[in-house]
Write a protein that binds this ligand. Structure first.
Ligand code: AMP
Length: 121
């Protein structure tokens, strides 16, 4: 799938739409999800144009990949999630229920999150 530079996270990266920023460095921007599904719900996005985690894994540079996952760990630490634990989700494509076609990791925590998936198969 070609990258759509009109997606909402691309607009946030360009500063065309505001976000509630929690972290930024050369590689990533992180901000609070607008519809939080846990007491802490942070989205981490790379600054590069990647549609999903597969595109990111195949095409991002080693610096981008390591910068991204280091940032996820740092953000979890800075938001006091490491002690009690947290969950990282990367919804991907149609079956994954991905809504925004710019790769992002959800960091969820602040309470026991229950089973990973609903029981309905
Ligand atoms: P996904 O289904 O993995 O693509 O998740 C997209 C997420 O982006 C959802 O949890 C939305 O609530 C969130 N979202 C959409 N627009 C915004 C926005 N402008 N600021 C922050 N989060 C957003």
């Amino acid at each position: 799938m070609a990258y759509d530079d009109q997606n909402i996270f691309a607009k946030i990266l360009r500063g065309e739409i505001p976000c509630n920023k929690v972290f930024e460095n050369d590689h990533v921007l992180a901000f609070h999800d607008i519809h939080p599904q846990a007491p802490t719900h942070i989205l981490v996005i790379p600054k590069g144009a990647y549609t999903d985690v597969a595109d990111f894994g195949e095409n991002a540079s080693p610096d981008e990949v390591s910068g991204f996952w280091s940032a996820v760990s740092q953000i979890a630490d800075e938001n006091d999630l490491k002690g009690d634990g947290f969950r990282v989700i990367a919804n991907t494509g149609l079956n994954g229920g991905q809504e925004v076609p710019h790769f992002h990791a959800h960091i969820l925590g602040g309470k026991a999150l229950g089973p990973m998936l609903s029981k309905a198969a």
